[in-house]
Write a protein that binds this ligand. Structure first.
Ligand code: ZN
Ligand code: ZN
Length: 136
């Protein structure tokens, strides 16, 4: 049995929520980002389910292994790059609404990603929230 973790995220630069309820991925509000892929500019909508790689491309092509330049749809600042993935692409970071961050590889199709919490209580809260809503 696996626990489904849903990540609610906001822009690390302007603090606005990146959740978009009008575009659903995995039947949940998506995470909206401005994206540049091989000189085309559009949007990508990521699944909020941690570990799901379903996404929607709008105005950009779904090019396998292309590195996606991600920015906030509100302040248009590029997402901070926190490290380099094992595939050599930059790893971008967005903030979790409840503290901590989600890091993900910007290479289309790469599964390199991680959750980082400012303190372990936040991680505990996330799992606890899930358990409670599961049994309501
Ligand atoms: Zn922003
Ligand atoms: Zn990668």
């Amino acid at each position: 049995m696996t626990h489904q973790i849903e990540v609610i995220v906001k822009c690390p630069n302007c603090g606005k929520s990146l959740m978009n309820p009008s575009v659903q991925v995995d039947n949940l509000p998506s995470i909206e980002l401005e994206a540049v892929i091989e000189n085309k500019k559009g949007r990508i909508y990521l699944s909020q389910i941690y570990g799901s790689y379903n996404k929607v491309f709008e105005g950009v092509d779904d090019i396998p292994d292309a590195v996606v330049q991600c920015a906030c749809p509100f302040c248009h600042d590029l997402l901070p790059i926190v490290k380099t993935c094992t595939c050599k692409a930059p790893v971008a970071s967005v903030n979790l609404a409840l503290g901590g961050s989600v890091n993900f590889c910007t290479r289309n199709g790469c599964k390199g990603h991680s959750l980082e919490f400012e303190n372990s209580d936040d991680a505990f809260k996330l799992f606890l929230d899930r358990d409670e809503s599961r049994y309501l």
